[in-house]
Design a protein around this ligand. Sequence first.
Ligand code: NAI
Length: 253
Amino acid sequence: MSPPGEPGPPPGTVLVSGGASGIGAACVRRLAPAADATVIADTDRARARELAAELAAAGLRTTALPLDVRDPDAVTALYRLLAATHPPVGTLVNCAGISGPRRPVGQYDPEDFDAVVRTNLLGTFHMMRGALPGMRTRGRGVVVNIASVAGARAVRGYGAYVAAKHGVIGLTRTAAREYAEYGVRVVSVSPGHIATPMLEALPPGTTRRLTGETPAGRLGHPGEVAELVAFLSSERARYITGSDHPVDGGWLG
Ligand code: NAI
């Protein structure tokens, strides 16, 4: 919850794609107490429901909706449903993402490449496309896109992910320029190596290697990313737009 007296997110609904797990779930937990309503949109219906039920039991209006961000029609249908059932979306946090397999560019399977770009980049675009017109009309709103340190640096074996995350940062910067005059902010957050199911799914030994590469000497916690998202989505960050914000234990250095 925001400390007393400190401004929270813009009024309305907080919509979190990929909100059922890891960083997205931490953002849901961090933002829900100050939100009018919170929506967890995720392909993992069971985990989304479980988290929504937990927060609803604490008296917070939280809804889980199944969504595949790769599907533009499904995203349009989600926004249509929200328009009929929820306060307007004031905050959109795009967390849905996959890392894809580890392989050099010359050996990357085109289908795998397509899946990574569709989820991380096109999915983010679909979600922004649904939220921005309403935010523009209302003259306020914040979009926080979860990019990655892979959006600033090359990571061997993850060409599709690196390309998609560079794209997310470019899309963020462009939308920020387009919507700033309407009172809408668009920023990205670039986590380093954060202890989530995505990281745990990487090949054995990866976690130890990544910890060794991180100046802080440990992996980050999802809550440490959510803390930055809470600040950026609040009025306290009202002059911040178009920028990328690493939270990486010094990895980018
Ligand atoms: P995670 O695997 O714990 O959570 C990702 C969530 O996205 C899951 O709930 C999954 O069901 C959902 N999702 C995947 N594909 C989807 C789709 N097509 N439509 C809707 N939902 C979908 O992963 P984590 O680590 O929390 O990742 C969240 C975001 O943070 C991702 O964009 C990831 O690229 C980014 N990130 C993660 C880092 C890490 O070290 N964990 C580092 C840098 C960035």
